[in-house]
Design a protein around this ligand. Sequence first.
Ligand code: ADX
Length: 175
Amino acid sequence: MNSNFTIWITGLSWSGKTTLSEALYQKLSHEYNYQIACLDGDVFRRAFTKPLDFSSDGRRWNIETAALVSKILNEQNISVIGAFISPYEKDREWIRESVQNYIEIYLSTPLEVCEKRDVKWLYKKARDWVIKGFTGISDPYEIPRNPNLSIDTNICSIDDSVNQIIVLLREKKLI
Ligand code: ADX
């Protein structure tokens, strides 16, 4: 049995994706000695998909590229934590089909909480129409239909969130 997995963390900007992925990475790589790679939307776009915009095509290419990289890593025995807004159900379905043992974590942190956390003022710029097509304001976020876990990081601590994912991975006999 191949026990590589791809944990896909989806949710609005500032919902807590990067923080959770980093904490999960620490736990899995240091406590469980697991070979893990973290792919984070902001970093990934700067490194690999810089020319892509935030149109639905641009987002699709971004996610498809990330899914392809995840698949290549999985094939080399490296599990992946992906932290991308990935707002469209059809794009997330595409990842599900592409990678080994896809686990979907939906961060359901409410929009108003995400907006309050946003020290970069992106939501404000979106509301003022300085940024167009911003997820949650002027571009849709399609709520996952069937995530493996939903976590509201406004209610659930980082440690509890990580532990919930560890329990899930154990239940699935992936760790
Ligand atoms: S995705 O939609 O293609 O999955 P991704 O996770 O890679 O998005 O990148 C999201 C980051 O890009 C946000 O955290 C934010 O910093 C930045 N960003 C810039 N423009 C937009 C936009 N129009 N919508 C959402 N995020 C944006």
